[in-house]
Design a protein around this ligand. Sequence first.
Ligand code: ADP
Length: 269
Amino acid sequence: MNSQVIDNAAAHEGMEALDAKMTADNVSVYYGQKKAIDDVSISIPDNFVTAFIGPSGCGKSTFLRALNRMNDTIDSARVEGTICLDGEDIYTGGMDVVELRARVGMVFQKPNPFPKSIYDNIAYGPKIHGLAESKGDLDRIVEKSLRRAGLWEEVKDRLEDSGTALSGGQQQRLCIARAIAVDPEVILMDEPCSALDPIATAKIEELIAELRNRFAIVIVTHSMQQAARVSQRTAFFHLGKMVEYGPTDDIFTNPREERTKDYITGRYG
Ligand code: ADP
């Protein structure tokens, strides 16, 4: 379907048409009666890093989780509107949620490796998705995924050790490798560095810069500096609404909306 779209930020000068990997149209998300996301429309470009910023509690994680139906696991959550991946509605009955979550992978705030070996952490997904026909295939996927996540050299001699025995930063790269192993198209990251020290954070940020050559990446971050460093597009959320979306440089240097300006100049948040 139509993949050439002009995103909402087209009003910004110099904003070109981009390949949209995902689109959200008039999306609202409720927890029971409470509306946490109010009528958000956005297109997420391929091979870009899109950052969601805004004060705590403004709905960034809620919206991120709607992009791979992670909200399905919360009984009170309800999503209205349309979210498409490559033009295909992800909330229709025909969409297999397990397959969707492989195509739109997720990395969480706190690294959450399985209590299994490093090897099995990576091999599990490809096994259940039938991506490997032999042990040799699986070995290759494990190595490739760990290499792409910048972890191979550090763990290649101890693949049978438990994933939980790694440092926090290594665990987060293991979780990224696990997401990569099932060949995703989009990787969602919910404050992936908030539990990490500055050195581990810098490694993840470098990794994000490399990964965007292959995937569309969406990152929720409470750090404006991180958004400015890693993303090419930034969406500013406030009180459940997406106030402004555009090229990251514009959002930080020339925001159109007063509320964005107030946030980036530290007037609240
Ligand atoms: P952010 O990521 O911007 O901090 P969230 O998406 O976590 O914001 O939260 C948005 C709003 O939805 C908040 O008011 C929060 O309390 C509420 N919320 C988040 N998760 C749940 C949940 N599982 N059940 C009920 N309310 C929730």
